[in-house]
Design a protein around this ligand. Sequence first.
Ligand code: IVH
Length: 663
Amino acid sequence: MTKRKKGTPDVASRAETLREQIRRHEHAYYVLDMPEITDAEFDALFLELRRIEESRPELVTADSPTQRVGGEASEQFAKVRHRSPMLSLQNAFDESEIRAFDKRVRAAVGDEVVYCAELKIDGLAISCTYTKGRLTRAATRGDGTVGEDVTANIKTIRSIPLTVTPAKGLPEVFEVRGEVYFPIAAFEKLNREMEKAGKARYVNPRNTAAGSVRQIDPGVTASRDLQTFMYTLDPAGAARSQWDVLGALAGMGFRVNKHRRRLKSIEEVIEYHAEWQKKRHTLEHEIDGVVIKADRFDQQLELGFVARSPRWAMAFKYAPEEAETDVEAIECYVGRTGVLTPVAHVKPVVVGGVTVRNITMHNEAQVNEKGVYVGARVVIHRAGDVIPEIVSVKEPKEGWRMPSKCPVCGGEVVREEPYIAHRCINPFCGAQRLELLRHFASRGALNIEGLGYATLNQVIEKGWVKDPSDLYRLKKEQVVQLEGFADKSAQNLVSRLADSKHPPLGRFLYALGIPQVGEATAEMLAAEFGSIESLRAATEEDLVRVEGVGPNMAHEVHAYFQGHGGELVGRVLDVGVVPQAAESVGDGPLKGKTFVFTGTLETMGRPDAETLVRKLGGKAAGSVSSKTDYVVAGPGAGSKLEKAQRLKLKILDEQEFLTLVGG
Ligand code: IVH
C-alpha cells in the first residue's frame, strides 16, 4: 500500500473550502452590498488561501479568487469579434420623442406592451464570454462588431464572477453584457490621491473608468475599485423577457441594478424618468438617463432593428445639468509666480449633485469676453461634469478690470506684453512666498512630505521662513512648537529636509518655480546645461537653442537668474543644497525625437510618459515649436494641439503613442 503524503488531502480541500467561502463573501460584498463578515475576517481567509497556494503552486486553479490580478500585462489589446454585434440605443431628449416611440411600438405589437425600465449607467459597455461556466474572455464594445480583449483587467473587478452555474437553457458558451463604471466616491478618492501627489486630476468618472479598463498593467485596474451592472444575456436561455434576463443574471451572481421596474404605460415611464432625474445624485454612480425596453422577447423580435439600434428600446436622456445663480464678488488669487487669477464667488447652487460656490476664470480677457461682472445673473454648468464653468450671462457687460494693486501685498500689478495674464511683481509678496514654498516641497519638485499649507503658514507667520533656503535652517526645537507636531514628527520633518539636499538638477530647477518652466522644460534645461552654474551663466541666445524654449521663455529664465531668482539660488546653495547633474540622455529608439504631451493621458500620468520618452533616448518638451517631432494629444488638449495642427506636426493619440514606444 502506498503511503499518502501526510496532510495533502487536507490542504487541498482546505484550499477549495477557502475558495468557496471567498467567492461567497465577494458576492455578498461586491454584488449584494451586504457583507456577512468584517474586512479583516475576509482578508484573513484570503491570506490563508494565498499562503497555501504559494507553498503548493500545484493547487492553484485558474478561477481561484487569488488569480484576479494574475493576468499577463499586454502591450496591446488583441482585437476580438463579438458573437453578435453590441448595439447602441436611439436617444430621446424630451417627452414628445418618448411618446412617439411608444406609439410606434404599440402600432407594431399592439397595446399589450410592458416596458422594462432601467437606469442608464454612465460607464463603458463590456461583454464577458463564459465557456462551460468559466469567464474565458472579456471585451470592450469597440465599434460594436470588433472590440478589444481586456480579460486580464476585467478579471480584477470583484463583482464579475470568474465562475458561474449557468442559468436554465444556456448553451456551453454565452455572453453577459453590461456596464463598468467608476463609483463617484472612489473617483473622488483617486483624485484626492492625484492632488496629494501633485498630479493632474482626472476629468470625469466615465473616461477614467474607460482608461482604467484599458490599462496595460492589470494591477492598476485592480487598484481602481471599479464596479459593474450587467443587463444583457446572449443568448437568453430560458428567459422570455428582459425582466427574466435581469433575474437570471442576478441568480448567476452578477450585479444587477435594483432600480429596474416593469411599467405598463408611457406615463409611468415619464414619471420614472422624472423621479430619477430628481434622485440621480443620491446614487453612488452617474446616470445619463433611463433606458426602456419592450419587455417581451416575442415583441422585440417583431419590432426588429433599424441600422445599429433596436426598435424595441430607447434611451430617455437627461440634458446636461445647468443652474442659474448670481455673481456676488470677483476676487483675485495670487499664484506662485505672481499671476492673478479671477474667481467668481457665486450664490451657492447645486449643479450635478455638487454645490458650486466658486468659479475660476482664467484672466481679465475671459471675464470680459463672457461679460461677467459683480451682480450678474449667470447660467453655470460643470464642464465634463466636473469643473464649474459660466456658460452664459443674462445681461453681459464688459469692463471688469484686474486690480492695479496686489490683493495680498498691495504691490504693483502689471500686464507684461505679450502675456494675457496680470502679475504682481513684488518678489516678497506673501501669497507668492507661500505658494513658492508649497511648490518647492511638492511631489514633482523636492517631494518633502509634511510641508503642507498649514505648516508653511505657521513658519511664515513666526518669521522663521521667508524663502526655501530658510526651510533648511529649521531646527527640531522650532518645529515641535508648531501645531500638528510632536517630538517624533518634528524630528522626521527635519530629517526629511536634510535628506532632500541632493535633488536631481531637473527637479531642483522645477522646484524654483521659474515662470513658465514646468517639469518637462526643467528636465530639458538640466539635460542641456548639466549644472546650475552653467545655466546661471547662460545668455538668452544660449537658452533659445534649447528644444522647447522659445524667445519668451528664454527671456524669463534669463531674467530670473539675473534678478532675485539668482539671489535665491545662491542662498539655497549656501545652506548646503547640492543639485545632482542630470544623467545625459542615452541612446535609444527615440534618440533625437522631441515629444510634447497635451491634454489628459488615460493610461499613465504625463510625468510618467515624459520619463518613458527620456528613458528611450528622446526628449520631452513643455511647449510646441517647429522643432517638435511628435505631439501626443489626449482629451482636453487645447492651444498646444492647435499650434501643432498649424505647424502640421505629427499628432498622436495616446494609443498611437503607446504603439510607438511599445514598438
Ligand atoms: S441596453 C441593444 N441598458 O448605453 C441594447 N444600455 O447608448 C444595448 N447603457 O452601449 C444596450 N445603461 O453602454 C442598455 N441599462 C442599460 C444601460 C445601457 C447604460 C449604455 C451601454 C450602451 C449605451 C447605448
